[in-house]
Ligand binder design. Structure first.
Ligand code: URP
Ligand code: ZN
Ligand code: ZN
Ligand code: ZN
Length: 467
């Protein structure tokens, strides 16, 4: 028995088109689209009809950078795959790509198996994995080939966090060379962690222990320097490069320069760098700890450069880097020593809304919003056109979005498992109304109607920007 749904009367928005159209869904996939009111649309028949009049009909969001249950600094990110994917669904995101972690001395396979075990049966929406490579050895390099073949096609390395995830330039070059051969994409955390650790030690010795010093020691120049080095190492290896969580305009300038040279270099930024700043890190009474993440928040002046980068395609993707830690009991681990504050911000629920606010304010077009939040991450991570667009054959991951609804972001009303909001009190025009994941309603008129275990693992093809 087939199950069919028709979504009628909405403004369908993809990265390339806007059209008042009806969408026919059959067996979890999009079967057809037709301009509303035309005979073709009138001919759609279905067991269920959703009225999207006055609403946008969007592809489900693709968040290419999340950390559910991530171990960090002696604790774990507070969202599980269950709570985090539920919150994502509430915010109109229907796919996440999370990071499995290789422990130092361990195999990639062990890390990947461990992350499958955390996620399987618990997710409300579909999910894939990148692999964090913490230890480049001959065995690891061989394992990279196997992982690419089975759908883990991207590998994160860290130029930061010596002693934890850190890779030196030789290890990075080797992994990049391997990726050049097997089609994998290296994702880089670009900050000079060796130099930063010296500045951390000096700051603490001076008694500069407050959260704001986290931002001061992680200098923009050290993000730019590492970005430059990553670009040139990738160039030497003949590999593509994707730089995660770009926050400094000087780092963005390195990416723009590389792209102008024709190099296959890509970049992502996150809502926190577009909407928050060092003003938040400087909030009194240790409140600044809520905003500690790496790369750090920057002075406001950097925001204009990031918005421009999003418009000019020097940055291709907006992900959240969702990595929540509660203020009570987790962020508090760093009272008296900012270097002990677990790094990361909650955000998986708010990406679509915050970027819509940018549409409302005239910073982005509607189609660019969908490009940055849906289509580009799907293409970057080998999920397109199954995810990231609305086309016949695509998974029926759809968001009915009310562009005129008003909401106020708050920890009192969000669904992430964290005791504060980084956007407390922020007014947003626009709100998710209904969300379908493979045709099944996971959010219905603002209420969660999904279930843990609906979400399926997504093996991915290689980066589609290189096809
Ligand atoms: O502060 C952050 N970003 N925490 C998550 C880990 C990472 O580096 O992405
Ligand atoms: Zn990172
Ligand atoms: Zn350019
Ligand atoms: Zn991250």
């Amino acid at each position: 028995m087939s199950s069919r749904t028709v979504v009628r009367g909405g403004l369908v928005i993809t990265a390339s088109d806007e059209l008042h159209a009806d969408v026919l869904i059959e067996d979890g996939r999009i079967a057809a689209l037709a301009a509303s009111g035309t005979p073709a649309a009138e001919a759609f028949t279905a067991e269920r009809t959703l009225d999207a009049t006055g609403k946008y009909v969007l592809p489900g969001g693709v968040d290419g950078h999340t950390h559910m249950e991530m171990p960090f600094g002696g604790t774990y990110a507070s969202d599980t795959f269950e709570t985090g994917t539920r919150a994502a669904a509430w915010g109109g995101t229907t796919t996440i790509v999370d990071f499995a972690i290789q422990s130092v001395g361990g195999a990639l396979r062990e890390g990947l198996d461990a992350w499958h075990a955390k996620a399987e049966g618990n997710c409300a929406i579909d999910y894939g994995f990148h692999m964090i490579v913490s230890d480049v050895t001959e065995d690891t390099l061989k394992e990279m080939d196997l992982l690419v073949d089975e759908g883990v096609t991207s590998f994160k390395q860290f130029m930061a966090y010596p002693g934890v995830f850190y890779s030196d330039d030789g290890q990075i070059l080797r992994a990049m060379q391997r990726a050049a051969g097997n089609g994998g994409l290296i994702m880089m955390h670009a900050e000079n962690g060796i130099a930063i650790d010296v500045l951390v030690e000096q700051a603490l010795a001076r008694g500069d222990t407050d959260p704001r010093f986290h931002g001061e020691v992680r200098r923009a120049l050290l993000e730019a320097e590492a970005t430059h080095r990553a670009v040139r190492l990738a160039q030497v290896a003949g590999a593509p490069l994707y730089v995660v969580h770009v926050s400094a305009r000087e780092a963005l300038a390195e990416l723009a320069r590389a792209r102008d040279e024709g190099l296959p270099v890509f970049g992502e930024t996150c809502p926190q760098y577009l909407f928050l700043s060092t003003d938040n890190l400087a909030e009194p009474d240790f409140e600044g700890a809520k905003y500690v993440c790496s790369t750090p928040l920057r002075p406001r002046e950097h925001q204009a450069a990031l918005w421009r980068g999003l418009r000019t395609d020097d940055l291709q993707v907006v992900s959240t880097d969702h990595c929540p830690f509660c203020f009570t009991g987790q962020k508090e681990l760093g009272r008296g020593d900012f270097s002990k504050i677990p790094n990361g911000l909650p955000g998986v629920e708010h990406r679509m809304d915050l970027l819509h606010q940018a549409v409302v304010e005239g910073r982005l077009s509607r189609r660019r919003w969908i490009e940055l939040a849906c289509a580009a991450p799907a293409r970057m991570f080998g999920l397109y056109p199954r995810k990231g667009t609305l086309a016949p054959g695509s998974d029926a991951d759809l968001v009915l979005y009310d562009p005129h609804a008003e909401q106020v972001l708050s920890a009192a009303s969000h669904h992430m498992n964290v005791d504060y909001s980084a956007y407390e009190g922020r007014r947003i025009t626009g709100r998710v109304d209904t969300v379908l994941s493979r045709g099944e309603p996971v959010v219905t008129e603002g209420k969660f109607t999904g279930r843990a275990g609906h979400g399926r693992y997504l093996p991915r093809s290689t980066c589609q920007y290189l096809d």
